[in-house]
Design a protein around this ligand. Sequence first.
Ligand code: ATP
Length: 260
Amino acid sequence: MPTADPLLEVEGLTAGYNGTAVVRDVALHVGAGEVVALLGSNGAGKTTTLSAIAGLIKPMGGAIRFRGEKLTGAPAHRVARRGLALVPENRALFADLTTRENLRLARVRGRSNEDDVLDLLPELRKCLGRKAGMLSGGEQQMLAVGRALVARPALLVVDEMSLGLAPVVVARLAPVLRTVAASFGTGVLVVEQHVAVALNVAERAYVLAQGRLVLEGRTADLRSRRDLLLACYLGDLDAATQLNAEVAAEVAEAQAAQPA
Ligand code: ATP
């Protein structure tokens, strides 16, 4: 269901590399205070979609609006200034700088949020004097998320949140995204390889297969449709389309049965 005033609106996005499209006609939106997951198998086009939204690659078509401003094709530094913070898959920390220095570098005049970040991720306090390159994978990901939050972004975009992390770390980190959305009104768009985690942490999800959106919905509805998600992940687009139509019909039926 579109929010009244989406923070991020993407319409008809086509993007790729060297003139070849790898995602086509992608439409999605994220509202303030909302956690949204972008799912799909390896190579489905999730990172490409995030890269186009964050201004790291120029879209080949479509439109991107962020906080009411058309930002299609705007460079990454402009998108970041407008309030989008990206945590990339490789985390992009300064390995030779300490945790404290990594956080300080992310400060934006008048928008510094380090105390809130340390309250949110108290594990980082004991790491403040240690070089980022020496932290565990989980601590590095916490630092990457914390650093992205220092400038109080309107939208936090996290690519492959739990890549390479132990389940116990994922279980600690995933709820942080919910807290960020609920406490600061930040919109969150997360790519997450563990479908079950994504369905628990996000309120809505989009599924990409072979560069196209094949499914979107409230995670409360998707959780019970493992068959549908599996079809999307296996790239069985016919099965996914058929199942998607069934889910839409079931939702419509349930809504019609509800008292007005
Ligand atoms: P994964 O979960 O494996 O990270 P993904 O869904 O994020 O996958 P993308 O990284 O967006 O998928 O890749 C989509 C397609 O674009 C793949 O076929 C990939 O090989 C291709 N691709 C990604 N980056 C580049 C690049 N820099 N140059 C050319 N092709 C690329």
